[in-house]
Ligand binder design. Sequence first.
Ligand code: SER
Length: 324
Amino acid sequence: MKILLTGAGGQIGHDLIGALAARGHEVVSTDLAPRPPSHAHAQAGKWRRLDVTDAGATLAVFEEHKPECVFHLAAILSASGEKNPKLAYDVNQTGTWNVLEACRQTGVSRLVFTSSIAVFGPPPSGPLPDPTPDDVALHPTTMYGVTKVAGELLCAYYTQKHGVDCRGVRFPGLISAAMPGGGSSDYALFMYVDAVRKGGYDAFARSDTRIPLMYMPDGVRALLEVAMADRAKLTRSIYNIAAFSPRADEIAASVQRVIPDAKFTYSPDPRRQAILDSWPKSLDDSAARNDWGWAHKYDLDGMTDDLIPRVRRMLELGAVLSTH
Ligand code: SER
């Protein structure tokens, strides 16, 4: 299948490109930035510059490549988006509109949308239920979350009105040996990175912070599975998916199983802590499990065992990563 990715230079694209190519798909990767050096192992397919906020350029790239399926990954994440809400609105909201319109106008049959736990926020009536189901009132506290809610609704609209088959998942915080890009959940990966390179990490979150997390191989597999699922089996457009929900100090203990001397301290950053506290502690993903057989493979310790050697290799290859 011919597949186009937006935002291919980000943390998900890093792993998704290779997974698609390995399954024999023809991949066209697009991003505002050139192919990052860290994508060296994922040289598969073409790389095209694309700014999704530019409707004309988006349409032109779609017309040139005529993809059958699009994975729309381009987004400004929660912490970066609060620093620059206008940019988050332009990329996440206008960009999603432009991508949906390009799909409609060029006859793309399927769009895979990447939503997030950031669509949730504390409802006025009290805390979010734990676990949080798919259908609760959505009260996001970030521009990123606001635009992801709107993107989910646009996906359902384009499916009903225009026959663009949009489906997708609400990702937990994703962890992998690749540069994250301005998310509030990045503390979880940084616990691994700084444990390996500095022997410890001063986290920007409280020790009792608990949000849903997922290891990237499961996240990529979820995208592939929801993309290929039989439409007749889907009862909704966008699905909660879950893996594990550890407290920050439970992540620390998992790292210390492998790096016993690693030291962890906690200096919460009020801005990012408030975002983390607004998210669900865990997700109810029973609809994904029932409709398309979703099942995570990695638990926290399984991820730790696989991830630490990969983080070591990433650092040996000279990755420059700010963990602030
Ligand atoms: N990982 C994202 C963030 O922290 C949530 O989708 O913004």
